[in-house]
Design a protein around this ligand. Sequence first.
Ligand SMILES: [Zn+2]
Length: 306
Amino acid sequence: MGRTVRWWWWHTAILIFIYSTASASALTFDRYHTQSEISAYLKSLARTAPNFTHHHLGYSRQGRPIEYVVVSLAPSSNKPAIYLNATHHGDEWASTEALLRLLNEITLNFNSPFVQSILSRFTLIFHPIVNPDGHAKHSREDSSGLDLNRDYLIPGRPEETAFQTPETQLIRSLLERYSVRGALAFHAGMEGVLYAWAHTHEKPRDEYLFRLLANETAKAMGVKHVVQSFTDYQTQGEFIDYAYMRFQALALTIEVSQDVTPPPHRLPLITAHAVAGSMAYLLKLAEIDESTTRRYSENQLSLERR
Ligand SMILES: [Zn+2]
Protein backbone atom coordinates (compact mmCIF):
# COMPACT_ATOMS: atom_id res chain seq x y z
CA MET A 1 0.00 0.00 0.00
CA GLY A 2 1.18 3.55 -0.69
CA ARG A 3 1.93 5.74 2.31
CA THR A 4 -1.23 7.83 2.01
CA VAL A 5 -3.54 4.88 1.45
CA ARG A 6 -1.89 3.01 4.28
CA TRP A 7 -2.27 6.01 6.59
CA TRP A 8 -5.99 6.40 5.82
CA TRP A 9 -6.52 2.71 6.40
CA TRP A 10 -5.01 2.91 9.86
CA HIS A 11 -6.75 6.17 10.73
CA THR A 12 -10.15 4.85 9.74
CA ALA A 13 -9.58 1.53 11.45
CA ILE A 14 -8.53 3.19 14.69
CA LEU A 15 -11.54 5.53 14.74
CA ILE A 16 -13.89 2.61 14.06
CA PHE A 17 -12.15 0.79 16.91
CA ILE A 18 -12.94 3.69 19.26
CA TYR A 19 -16.45 4.59 18.20
CA SER A 20 -17.68 1.03 17.79
CA THR A 21 -17.12 0.45 21.47
CA ALA A 22 -18.30 3.77 22.88
CA SER A 23 -21.63 2.43 24.04
CA ALA A 24 -20.02 -0.46 25.90
CA SER A 25 -17.62 1.73 27.91
CA ALA A 26 -17.08 0.89 31.55
CA LEU A 27 -16.36 4.57 32.07
CA THR A 28 -17.96 7.42 30.14
CA PHE A 29 -15.93 10.41 29.07
CA ASP A 30 -18.39 13.26 29.20
CA ARG A 31 -17.32 14.38 32.66
CA TYR A 32 -14.26 14.44 34.90
CA HIS A 33 -13.65 11.60 37.33
CA THR A 34 -12.70 12.02 40.95
CA GLN A 35 -9.61 10.36 42.38
CA SER A 36 -11.71 7.87 44.32
CA GLU A 37 -13.65 6.95 41.15
CA ILE A 38 -10.38 6.47 39.27
CA SER A 39 -8.95 4.32 42.05
CA ALA A 40 -12.10 2.17 42.14
CA TYR A 41 -11.93 1.75 38.36
CA LEU A 42 -8.26 0.67 38.40
CA LYS A 43 -8.94 -1.85 41.15
CA SER A 44 -12.01 -3.19 39.34
CA LEU A 45 -9.92 -3.93 36.23
CA ALA A 46 -7.62 -6.18 38.20
CA ARG A 47 -10.64 -8.17 39.40
CA THR A 48 -11.90 -8.79 35.86
CA ALA A 49 -8.93 -10.57 34.30
CA PRO A 50 -5.42 -11.77 35.11
CA ASN A 51 -4.11 -9.64 32.24
CA PHE A 52 -4.66 -6.53 34.38
CA THR A 53 -2.74 -6.07 37.61
CA HIS A 54 -3.29 -3.19 40.00
CA HIS A 55 -0.28 -1.76 41.87
CA HIS A 56 0.06 0.64 44.74
CA LEU A 57 3.18 2.69 44.00
CA GLY A 58 3.29 4.87 47.13
CA TYR A 59 1.97 8.18 48.44
CA SER A 60 2.11 11.81 47.40
CA ARG A 61 3.63 14.45 49.66
CA GLN A 62 0.20 14.99 51.25
CA GLY A 63 -0.44 11.27 51.61
CA ARG A 64 -2.70 10.58 48.63
CA PRO A 65 -2.27 7.08 47.16
CA ILE A 66 -0.50 6.74 43.81
CA GLU A 67 -1.60 3.77 41.72
CA TYR A 68 -0.95 2.19 38.36
CA VAL A 69 -2.20 -0.71 36.28
CA VAL A 70 -0.13 -3.11 34.19
CA VAL A 71 -1.68 -4.74 31.12
CA SER A 72 0.02 -7.74 29.54
CA LEU A 73 -0.77 -10.96 27.72
CA ALA A 74 0.58 -12.98 30.64
CA PRO A 75 0.79 -11.83 34.27
CA SER A 76 4.51 -12.60 34.56
CA SER A 77 5.41 -11.15 31.18
CA ASN A 78 8.92 -9.75 30.81
CA LYS A 79 8.30 -8.03 27.49
CA PRO A 80 9.61 -4.48 26.99
CA ALA A 81 7.30 -1.93 28.62
CA ILE A 82 5.54 1.16 27.36
CA TYR A 83 4.91 3.52 30.26
CA LEU A 84 2.01 5.97 29.98
CA ASN A 85 1.42 8.72 32.50
CA ALA A 86 -0.77 11.80 32.90
CA THR A 87 -1.25 14.89 35.07
CA HIS A 88 2.30 15.77 35.98
CA HIS A 89 0.65 19.19 36.11
CA GLY A 90 -2.28 18.99 38.51
CA ASP A 91 -4.62 21.29 36.61
CA GLU A 92 -4.33 19.33 33.33
CA TRP A 93 -7.30 17.12 34.07
CA ALA A 94 -7.97 16.44 30.38
CA SER A 95 -4.71 14.46 30.24
CA THR A 96 -5.86 12.00 32.91
CA GLU A 97 -9.23 11.51 31.19
CA ALA A 98 -7.41 10.82 27.89
CA LEU A 99 -5.19 8.19 29.47
CA LEU A 100 -8.15 6.58 31.25
CA ARG A 101 -10.00 6.38 27.97
CA LEU A 102 -7.06 4.64 26.33
CA LEU A 103 -7.02 2.11 29.14
CA ASN A 104 -10.79 1.75 28.86
CA GLU A 105 -10.66 1.10 25.09
CA ILE A 106 -7.86 -1.42 25.48
CA THR A 107 -9.89 -3.22 28.14
CA LEU A 108 -13.04 -3.33 26.03
CA ASN A 109 -11.17 -4.41 22.90
CA PHE A 110 -8.72 -6.74 24.54
CA ASN A 111 -9.16 -9.49 21.94
CA SER A 112 -9.02 -7.21 18.91
CA PRO A 113 -6.12 -7.63 16.46
CA PHE A 114 -4.91 -4.11 17.37
CA VAL A 115 -4.58 -4.77 21.07
CA GLN A 116 -3.26 -8.28 20.62
CA SER A 117 -0.54 -7.14 18.21
CA ILE A 118 0.57 -4.43 20.68
CA LEU A 119 0.54 -6.80 23.65
CA SER A 120 2.40 -9.48 21.73
CA ARG A 121 5.39 -7.12 21.87
CA PHE A 122 4.87 -4.90 24.92
CA THR A 123 3.65 -4.71 28.48
CA LEU A 124 1.65 -1.50 29.05
CA ILE A 125 1.85 0.52 32.26
CA PHE A 126 -0.91 3.05 32.96
CA HIS A 127 -0.27 5.72 35.60
CA PRO A 128 -3.23 8.14 35.39
CA ILE A 129 -2.30 10.73 38.04
CA VAL A 130 1.36 11.58 38.64
CA ASN A 131 0.49 14.58 40.84
CA PRO A 132 -2.57 13.75 42.97
CA ASP A 133 -2.10 16.74 45.31
CA GLY A 134 -2.09 19.16 42.39
CA HIS A 135 -5.03 17.31 40.82
CA ALA A 136 -7.00 17.63 44.08
CA LYS A 137 -6.59 21.41 44.28
CA HIS A 138 -6.47 21.94 40.51
CA SER A 139 -3.03 23.55 40.52
CA ARG A 140 -0.13 22.96 38.15
CA GLU A 141 2.44 22.41 40.89
CA ASP A 142 2.51 19.95 43.78
CA SER A 143 1.50 20.95 47.32
CA SER A 144 4.90 22.56 47.94
CA GLY A 145 4.79 24.64 44.79
CA LEU A 146 7.20 22.51 42.74
CA ASP A 147 6.72 21.68 39.07
CA LEU A 148 7.12 17.89 38.94
CA ASN A 149 8.02 18.01 35.25
CA ARG A 150 11.18 19.98 36.07
CA ASP A 151 12.35 17.59 38.78
CA TYR A 152 13.97 14.80 36.76
CA LEU A 153 17.61 14.01 36.22
CA ILE A 154 18.81 15.06 32.76
CA PRO A 155 22.23 15.08 31.12
CA GLY A 156 24.54 17.50 32.90
CA ARG A 157 22.32 18.04 35.94
CA PRO A 158 23.88 17.24 39.34
CA GLU A 159 22.10 14.18 40.74
CA GLU A 160 21.51 15.76 44.13
CA THR A 161 19.39 18.54 42.59
CA ALA A 162 16.93 16.12 40.89
CA PHE A 163 14.15 13.96 42.35
CA GLN A 164 13.24 16.36 45.14
CA THR A 165 9.61 15.16 45.22
CA PRO A 166 8.16 11.82 46.36
CA GLU A 167 6.11 11.61 43.15
CA THR A 168 9.12 11.67 40.79
CA GLN A 169 11.11 9.38 43.10
CA LEU A 170 8.26 6.88 42.78
CA ILE A 171 8.34 7.12 38.99
CA ARG A 172 12.10 6.51 39.04
CA SER A 173 11.59 3.38 41.15
CA LEU A 174 8.74 2.17 38.92
CA LEU A 175 10.75 2.56 35.71
CA GLU A 176 13.73 0.75 37.18
CA ARG A 177 11.58 -2.36 37.61
CA TYR A 178 10.81 -2.62 33.89
CA SER A 179 12.65 -2.65 30.61
CA VAL A 180 11.16 0.56 29.25
CA ARG A 181 11.08 0.79 25.48
CA GLY A 182 8.73 3.74 25.07
CA ALA A 183 6.73 6.28 27.03
CA LEU A 184 3.91 8.73 26.53
CA ALA A 185 3.46 11.65 28.93
CA PHE A 186 -0.04 13.10 28.54
CA HIS A 187 -0.37 16.86 29.11
CA ALA A 188 -2.90 19.57 28.25
CA GLY A 189 -2.68 23.26 27.45
CA MET A 190 -1.91 23.01 23.74
CA GLU A 191 -2.33 20.48 20.93
CA GLY A 192 0.78 18.78 19.64
CA VAL A 193 3.35 16.03 19.97
CA LEU A 194 6.83 16.76 21.33
CA TYR A 195 9.90 14.56 21.56
CA ALA A 196 13.19 14.64 23.49
CA TRP A 197 15.32 16.60 24.02
CA ALA A 198 13.71 19.44 25.94
CA HIS A 199 16.88 20.75 27.60
CA THR A 200 19.06 21.22 24.52
CA HIS A 201 18.74 22.06 20.86
CA GLU A 202 21.03 19.12 20.07
CA LYS A 203 19.23 16.40 18.15
CA PRO A 204 18.59 13.12 19.93
CA ARG A 205 20.51 10.18 18.50
CA ASP A 206 17.18 8.53 17.63
CA GLU A 207 15.73 11.60 15.95
CA TYR A 208 14.59 9.60 12.93
CA LEU A 209 12.55 7.19 15.07
CA PHE A 210 11.25 10.01 17.27
CA ARG A 211 9.97 11.92 14.24
CA LEU A 212 8.47 8.79 12.71
CA LEU A 213 6.55 8.04 15.91
CA ALA A 214 5.60 11.64 16.64
CA ASN A 215 4.31 12.26 13.11
CA GLU A 216 2.24 9.08 13.16
CA THR A 217 0.81 10.04 16.55
CA ALA A 218 0.00 13.62 15.51
CA LYS A 219 -1.66 12.54 12.26
CA ALA A 220 -3.93 10.13 14.10
CA MET A 221 -4.80 12.86 16.62
CA GLY A 222 -5.49 15.33 13.84
CA VAL A 223 -2.88 17.84 15.06
CA LYS A 224 -0.06 19.45 13.11
CA HIS A 225 2.38 20.61 15.78
CA VAL A 226 5.29 18.12 15.89
CA VAL A 227 8.63 19.41 17.17
CA GLN A 228 11.56 18.56 19.37
CA SER A 229 10.42 19.73 22.78
CA PHE A 230 13.27 22.28 23.03
CA THR A 231 11.90 24.07 19.97
CA ASP A 232 8.55 24.47 21.69
CA TYR A 233 10.28 25.89 24.72
CA GLN A 234 13.44 25.05 26.59
CA THR A 235 13.06 23.33 29.96
CA GLN A 236 15.36 21.62 32.43
CA GLY A 237 14.35 18.38 34.13
CA GLU A 238 11.49 16.97 32.03
CA PHE A 239 10.25 13.42 32.26
CA ILE A 240 10.80 12.65 28.57
CA ASP A 241 14.47 13.68 28.79
CA TYR A 242 14.99 11.47 31.83
CA ALA A 243 13.23 8.49 30.23
CA TYR A 244 15.34 8.84 27.10
CA MET A 245 18.63 9.51 28.88
CA ARG A 246 18.31 6.76 31.48
CA PHE A 247 16.43 4.02 29.56
CA GLN A 248 16.73 5.09 25.89
CA ALA A 249 12.92 5.07 25.93
CA LEU A 250 11.34 6.69 22.88
CA ALA A 251 9.38 9.10 25.06
CA LEU A 252 6.88 11.62 23.70
CA THR A 253 4.83 14.36 25.29
CA ILE A 254 1.26 14.30 23.98
CA GLU A 255 -0.55 17.62 24.46
CA VAL A 256 -4.21 16.65 24.16
CA SER A 257 -6.17 19.93 24.28
CA GLN A 258 -5.77 23.70 24.14
CA ASP A 259 -7.38 24.10 27.55
CA VAL A 260 -5.91 22.35 30.58
CA THR A 261 -9.43 21.59 31.80
CA PRO A 262 -11.83 21.99 28.87
CA PRO A 263 -15.60 21.98 29.42
CA PRO A 264 -16.81 18.39 29.96
CA HIS A 265 -18.89 18.37 26.76
CA ARG A 266 -15.62 18.54 24.79
CA LEU A 267 -14.08 15.52 26.51
CA PRO A 268 -15.55 12.81 24.24
CA LEU A 269 -13.80 14.24 21.16
CA ILE A 270 -10.56 15.22 22.93
CA THR A 271 -10.15 11.82 24.52
CA ALA A 272 -11.06 9.99 21.28
CA HIS A 273 -8.34 11.89 19.42
CA ALA A 274 -5.81 11.15 22.17
CA VAL A 275 -6.70 7.45 22.01
CA ALA A 276 -6.26 7.44 18.23
CA GLY A 277 -2.84 9.11 18.61
CA SER A 278 -1.70 6.74 21.36
CA MET A 279 -2.84 3.68 19.44
CA ALA A 280 -0.94 4.92 16.38
CA TYR A 281 2.19 5.34 18.53
CA LEU A 282 1.87 1.85 20.03
CA LEU A 283 1.18 0.19 16.67
CA LYS A 284 4.03 2.04 14.95
CA LEU A 285 6.53 1.16 17.67
CA ALA A 286 5.40 -2.49 17.53
CA GLU A 287 5.85 -2.41 13.74
CA ILE A 288 9.34 -0.87 14.04
CA ASP A 289 10.46 -3.48 16.56
CA GLU A 290 8.87 -6.29 14.56
CA SER A 291 10.81 -5.35 11.44
CA THR A 292 14.04 -4.95 13.45
CA THR A 293 13.58 -8.44 14.90
CA ARG A 294 12.82 -9.84 11.45
CA ARG A 295 15.92 -8.24 9.91
CA TYR A 296 18.04 -9.50 12.79
CA SER A 297 16.71 -13.06 12.34
CA GLU A 298 17.31 -12.93 8.59
CA ASN A 299 20.89 -11.74 9.17
CA GLN A 300 21.49 -14.55 11.66
CA LEU A 301 20.12 -17.10 9.18
CA SER A 302 22.29 -15.85 6.35
CA LEU A 303 25.34 -15.87 8.64
CA GLU A 304 24.60 -19.48 9.60
CA ARG A 305 24.29 -20.48 5.94
CA ARG A 306 27.74 -19.07 5.06
ZN1 LIG B 1 1.72 19.85 31.46
